[in-house]
Ligand binder design. Structure first.
Ligand code: SAM
Length: 344
C-alpha cells in the first residue's frame, strides 16, 4: 500500500513518532522513543554528529540484530539542511528544467523519485525550484525517517502547482528500471558516498534503462579546508577518507564511479562543486561535523587517538570562539540518459 499525502509537519527535536495525517508505507509501526537506544560503537560514513569522537550519530532498534543497517539521526539531517540547501549547485538546474520541459505528457505533472530521502530535505529544496505539478516518491530503508519526510514535505511547486508525496520503504540499491517506470526524475542527496560500486552501477542501470535523468547531489569529495590550518589536518582527513571506504563503500570515489557508470550507459554527465562553507554562523553544524570527522578518523586509525583528542579540543575551542572556517567539498552530478526509444 502506498501513502499519498500533502500533510504538513515538522521534524521533532527528539526521536519518536509524531502525530501526522499519514504513515509511511512500511507495514509496521514506527519505533517509539522507548524502543530505541544509543549505540556507542562505531561511526557511519557521512552520518556526522556524535557527542564524542567514536560515538555513533544514529539509533538502532533494540531488536534489530546484527544485520540491520545503521540509522541516521533526524537531528543531524535537520542540522545540515541549511548548509546543504546553500551548497547544492544551482547551475545544474537549468539543464534539468530544459530536459523536463521536453518530456511527453509533462502537462500532467512530473514524478520524482528521491532515493535515500532521509527526512526529505531534497524535496523541500528542489520542489519549489521546479514549476508544474509534482508527485514525489520518497524512498528510504528507514521507516522512521520516511515518516518525517512525509509530514514535512514541500506542498507547492515554484509556480504554486500542487506537490504530493508517497513513501516507499526499501533498499534503493535494488532499484530496477521497472520501479522507475513513468519516472520523470531521480534525485538523491548525500547518498552516493555510502553506496558500493555495484550499487551505483545498479542505480545507473535503472536510470538509463528507464531513460530517466538523475540529479545526485552532495557526494563527499574527500577534501576539506580548515582555516587556520593545523599540522594534523591532513592526517585526520586521510584517516577519515579511509574510514569512508571501509567495507567497500565508495566514499570520496563515488562521483568518479557514478560518472563512469552513467557515461558508459550513454548518459551525458555534468558535475558541479557543491561545498559547504561553514563560518561562525554555522558553528553548531561545524561542531557536530568536527566530532564526527575526527571520531571516524580515530576509529580508522586508533594510533591517532591522543593527538586527535588534543586536536579536537583545539578545533572546538576555535569554533566556539568564531575563529574557525571550514570548507567541506562535495560534488553534485546531473546525468541525462538518452530518452528511451531513441536510437543510439
Ligand atoms: C546521509 S543520509 C541523507 C538523507 C537525505 N537525502 C538528506 O540529504 O538529508 C542517507 C540516507 O540514505 C538512506 N539509505 C542509505 N542506504 C540506503 C539503501 N541502500 N536503501 C535505502 N535507503 C538508504 C539512509 O537511511 C539515510 O536516510
Amino acid at each position: 500500500m502506498r501513502d499519498t499525502t500533502t500533510a504538513t509537519g515538522g521534524i521533532p527535536a527528539q526521536p519518536g513518532p509524531s502525530k501526522a495525517e499519514s504513515t509511511p508505507d512500511d507495514g509496521e509501526h514506527l519505533p517509539g522513543a522507548g524502543a530505541q537506544e544509543s549505540d556507542p560503537s562505531g561511526v557511519i560514513a557521512g552520518a556526522g554528529p556524535v557527542a564524542r569522537p567514536g560515538e555513533r550519530a544514529t539509533v538502532r532498534l533494540r531488536d534489530g540484530g546484527e544485520e540491520e543497517p545503521s540509522r541516521y539521526a533526524p537531528e543531524w539531517l535537520q542540522l545540515r539542511e541549511g548548509a546543504d540547501a546553500a551548497a547544492r549547485a544551482q547551475d545544474l538546474l537549468d539543464p534539468l528544467r530544459i530536459r523536463l520541459a521536453d518530456l511527453p505528457g509533462r502537462a500532467g505533472g512530473i514524478a520524482v523519485h528521491d532515493l535515500g530521502c532521509g527526512t526529505g530535505s531534497m524535496g523541500r529544496w528542489l520542489a519549489p525550484r521546479l514549476d508544474g505539478a509534482q508527485h514525489w516518491i520518497l524512498h528510504d530503508r528507514d521507516p522512521y525517517l520516511l515518516h518525517f519526510a512525509a509530514v514535512a514535505s514541500a506542498r507547492s511547486a515554484g509556480d504554486g502547482s500542487r506537490v504530493t508525496v508517497e513513501t516507499r520503504r526499501g533498499d534503493v540499491a535494488r532499484l530496477t528500471p521497472d520501479a522507475l517506470s513513468g519516472a520523470s526524475l531521480v534525485t538523491a542527496s548525500a547518498l552516493l558516498d555510502v553506496l558500493t560500486r555495484e550499487e551505483i552501477e545498479a542505480l545507473a542501470d535503472a536510470c538509463t534503462g528507464a531513460g530517466c535523468p538523475a540529479l545526485l547531489t552532495l557526494s563527499v569529495a574527500g577534501r576539506v579546508e580548515l582555516t587556520p590550518a593545523h599540522p594534523l589536518d591532513a592526517e585526520v582527513a586521510e584517516a577519515f577518507n579511509a574510514h569512508q571506504r571501509r567495507t567497500g563503500l565508495l566514499g570520496p570515489d563515488a562521483v568518479t564511479v557514478a560518472c563512469e557508470a552513467f557515461s558508459e550507459r550513454g548518459a551525458t554527465v555534468r558535475v558541479h562543486p557543491s561545498p559547504w562553507r561553514l563560518g561562525p554562523a554555522e558553528s553548531a553544524l561545524t561542531e557536530q561535523w568536527l566530532r564526527g570527522w575526527v571520531g571516524a578518523a580515530v576509529e580508522q586509525r586508533p594510533g591517532l587517538r591522543d593527538r586527535a583528542e588534543r586536536y579536537l579540543d583545539e578545533r572546538l575551542a576555535a569554533c566556539a570562539a568564531g575563529e574557525l572556517r571550514v570548507v567541506v567539498h562535495h560534488s553534485d552530478l546531473l546525468a541525462l540518459p538518452r530518452p528511451t526509444g531513441t536510437a543510439s
